[in-house]
Design a protein around this ligand. Structure first.
Ligand SMILES: O=P(O)(O)OC[C@H]1O[C@H](OP(=O)(O)OP(=O)(O)O)[C@H](O)[C@@H]1O
Ligand code: HPA
Length: 185
């Protein structure tokens, strides 16, 4: 089966948030997060790959600028696998850093139905993390979110449409677009 083309999606897509707006949102999140830790604390900073990568990188710099050191690790859990609707969550990589007794800061691109963040948060707690703080660049507005998960820090709210760019893929394309787009009809 042929892969839908990014160029065709872009032709009918709508820009929801441009780069400057997203960068400002990340600075705002960083300000709040930096205040949530006491001096000298070093949380384990877990990037949820792949989509969380651009957001996590920018957030990490913004936190470094504010004097918060981070211990980096990452995980890869996926339930969309390049498609525009989700199914069962598959773990492709788990963090190697022991989480027992540690504070964890999770960074992901989007909280949509919430299954991914909820499962990852529970897993960190099962590993013995003393606190799991969650930060997402975007939160999708609808009433299909699984119970028990609310992101602690949210950059922007997006409408109930498939969105891509700034880490999020359109059939594994467009992750490095420096804006968030909503897919058109
Ligand atoms: O709130 P949910 O409905 O669970 O969806 C959110 C998750 O879906 C996307 O990951 P995806 O499965 O597409 O993996 P990817 O980051 O590798 O693209 C996104 O990066 C989040 O991790
Ligand atoms: O709207 C979305 N776009 C990209 N990836 C996603 N993962 C969950 N929802 C989305």
């Amino acid at each position: 089966m042929s892969v839908p083309k990014l160029v065709d999606a872009l032709a009918s897509a709508q820009v929801l948030f441009d780069r400057a707006t997203l960068e400002a949102a990340i600075e705002r999140i960083a300000e709040d997060i930096a205040q949530a830790y006491v001096e000298g604390e070093v949380p384990v900073f877990l990037t949820v790959m792949n989509g969380g990568l651009p957001f996590a990188a920018q957030l990490a710099f913004a936190l470094g600028e504010r004097g918060l050191d981070l211990e980096f690790d990452y995980l890869h859990a996926t339930r969309y696998r390049g498609q525009t609707s989700g199914s069962g969550l598959a773990w492709l990589h788990r963090p190697a850093t022991p989480l027992h007794g540690r504070k964890v800061l999770l960074a992901d691109d989007i909280l949509d139905e919430g299954h991914t963040l909820l499962a990852v948060k529970h897993w960190c707690e099962d590993q013995g993390a003393t606190e799991v703080r969650t930060a997402v660049l975007a939160e999708k507005l609808h009433d299909r979110c699984v119970e028990g998960i609310v992101a602690d820090h949210v950059g922007v709210q997006v409408p109930d449409a498939y969105v891509f760019g700034y880490g999020m893929d359109y059939h594994e394309q467009g992750r490095n677009l420096p804006a968030i787009y909503a897919l058109g009809d």
